[in-house]
Design a protein around this ligand. Structure first.
Ligand code: ADP
Ligand code: TYD
Length: 206
């Protein structure tokens, strides 16, 4: 594949959507062909799966069911959009990817990192991002921002200790993938974070 695959990770409310919008606009202005997708969802079928996953009424959802639903949405996204676009040479920017499943399902839900990796290897054919940004913001700060923004969905209404596990899970994942995952201090202003991300991408790829 000849394009560039960029993903953004972080706890809920850490600023991923904000930064990805800015990054897409920036790269588009530079003349690149940009495809911006989000997880779970990103395709018509995936958005339906997203609705099931995030439905506040689905409190009884089994954790393994949840992991498979994320992987199903991802499989559709990879096969319908990401892989064909990378083949064409586009820059694909994705809000969350397999790392989210490793951390949320594998570590925080405790179904195991290896199980999650296996399911997702099948779902994605082993596709790995070229670069992943982790927006580093404590879960307490992140959820404060989120509450100001909107009503919380099923996952966002998890207890504090769940988000602590997510955050610690990311730290573990980063220590194992330090080449691929670039940590960005997300306590800074929106403009400064954007500059850091752009500088990093340009220093590596352009
Ligand atoms: P995510 O996609 O990670 O859930 P969002 O981009 O939706 O996060 O941001 C969550 C909220 O925090 C939004 O209201 C957004 O405007 C605000 N926000 C994003 N980045 C910053 C920042 N650097 N400083 C302060 N508020 C921010
Ligand atoms: P979303 O609103 O897209 O995330 P955010 O609040 O970060 O903008 O909701 C996605 C939720 O799904 C979020 O709580 C993280 C969770 N998630 C997983 O648990 N596993 C996954 O594989 C993915 C992609 C997301």
């Amino acid at each position: 594949m000849s394009g560039l695959f960029i993903t953004m990770e972080g706890t809920d409310g850490s600023g991923k959507s904000t930064q990805l919008n800015l990054l897409s606009q920036y790269l588009e202005k530079k003349g690149f062909n940009i495809v911006f997708v989000r997880e779970p969802g990103g395709t018509k079928i995936g958005e339906k799966i997203r609705d099931i996953i995030l439905d506040i009424n689905n409190k009884k959802m089994d954790y393994m069911t949840e992991a498979f639903l994320y992987a199903s949405s991802r499989s559709q996204l990879v096969n319908e959009i990401i892989a064909p676009e990378l083949k064409k040479g586009s820059i694909v920017i994705c809000d969350r990817f397999v790392d989210s499943s490793i951390v949320y399902q594998g570590i925080a839900r405790n179904i195991g990192i290896d199980v999650v990796k296996k399911i997702n290897n099948i779902a994605t054919g082993g596709l790995t991002p070229d670069i992943t940004f982790f927006l580093d913001l404590s879960p307490q700060e992140a959820i404060k921002r989120k509450i100001q923004q909107k009503e919380l969905d099923r996952l966002e209404s998890e207890k504090d200790y769940f988000y602590k596990k997510v955050y610690d899970g990311y730290k573990l994942l980063i220590s194992q993938n330090s080449e691929r995952i670039k940590v960005i201090d997300a306590t800074q202003s929106i403009e400064n974070i954007h500059k850091n991300i752009v500088n990093y991408i340009e220093s590596i790829f352009f």
